[in-house]
Design a protein around this ligand. Structure first.
Ligand SMILES: [Fe+2]
Length: 279
């Protein structure tokens, strides 16, 4: 068997409310996160790191971040987070003061080194607004970070997708200055992935020549309304998260993103076990 790849789990859009409250009056996001953490803790091999890509709280309030911290306490893996449009930079910074933020105030950009990978967490939140934007200092910081380690594969994480997913009411609140991010990515061949959230449902495209993903959520999803048939709506579909697996090698190695369903499922059963004659 080959050696273990480096595994970066990504979970997104937790939308934790105060204890006992349901998101949109229907979704128990706290229980959804507990199930997500149980699945993360049971993964073998254990992921090397977990990135939480925004919307950790819902309103947001300090009480929600306290609830979030209690719910995350059983997670047996190192993690870092970036804000989404439902978060408060200041409250998130206060909740996780030990994180390695690039700036001492304002945006919560972070650079994290994990076993030969560079993880760059970009704060695309705009205080008080649903859309995303990367401020000029964040873009300059990203450019410099990528230039400082051109030989290492880099994974970029931000909350807002830099592309239109085809869901009309979300497309107007994506990353509005994606055209300023694209040339930076194109300048640095070490960028292997752009990983986002915000829409709660898995999607994949190419952006600036790089595979670009949306991570599914542990709770509810934005309705896949590709023809503007309905008012903005959500559904409860099978929950999941992403596991980005990196196999080192020539030309930045190989990066493969797996979707992991959250929950308990039958198996694994050996294909060729002692009961194979019954098949
Ligand atoms: Fe969001």
């Amino acid at each position: 068997m080959s050696s273990k790849p480096v595994c970066i789990a990504q979970i997104s859009d937790l939308h934790i409310k105060r204890p006992g409250a349901l998101a949109y009056g229907r979704v128990d996001t706290a229980t959804a996160l507990e199930r997500c953490i149980a699945t993360l803790n049971e993964l073998a091999p254990a992921p090397d790191f977990v990135v939480i890509s925004g919307d950790l709280a819902d309103t947001p309030t300090a009480q929600e971040y306290e609830h979030l911290k209690r719910l995350l306490a059983p997670l047996r893996l190192p993690f870092a987070s970036i804000p989404g449009n439902h978060d408060s930079r200041e409250m998130l910074r206060a909740a996780f003061p030990e994180s390695n933020y690039a700036q001492s105030s304002g945006p919560l950009n972070q650079r994290i080194e994990v076993s030969g990978l560079t993880l760059l967490l970009l704060d695309s939140s705009v205080p008080g607004k649903p859309h995303g934007q990367l401020e000029p200092p964040a873009l300059e910081w990203l450019d410099a970070a990528l230039a400082s380690a051109p030989e290492k594969p880099a994974l970029l994480f931000l909350h807002h997708p830099p592309f239109k997913a085809g869901i009309w009411h979300m497309d107007r609140q994506n990353l509005l200055n994606a055209d300023e991010l694209a040339p930076i990515i194109r300048r640095h061949s070490c960028v292997q992935l752009v990983a986002t959230g915000h829409i709660h449902r898995a999607a994949l495209t190419m952006f600036a020549g790089v595979p670009t993903t949306i991570c599914p959520a542990p709770n509810h999803v934005v309705d896949l309304d590709l023809a503007q048939l309905r008012e903005p709506s959500f559904k409860v579909e099978p929950p999941a998260f992403h596991l980005h697996t990196w196999f080192p090698g020539e030309s930045f190695g190989s990066l493969v993103t797996h979707q992991v369903p959250i929950g308990q499922f039958d198996g694994p059963h050996p294909f060729f076990g002692p009961d194979r004659k019954l098949l």
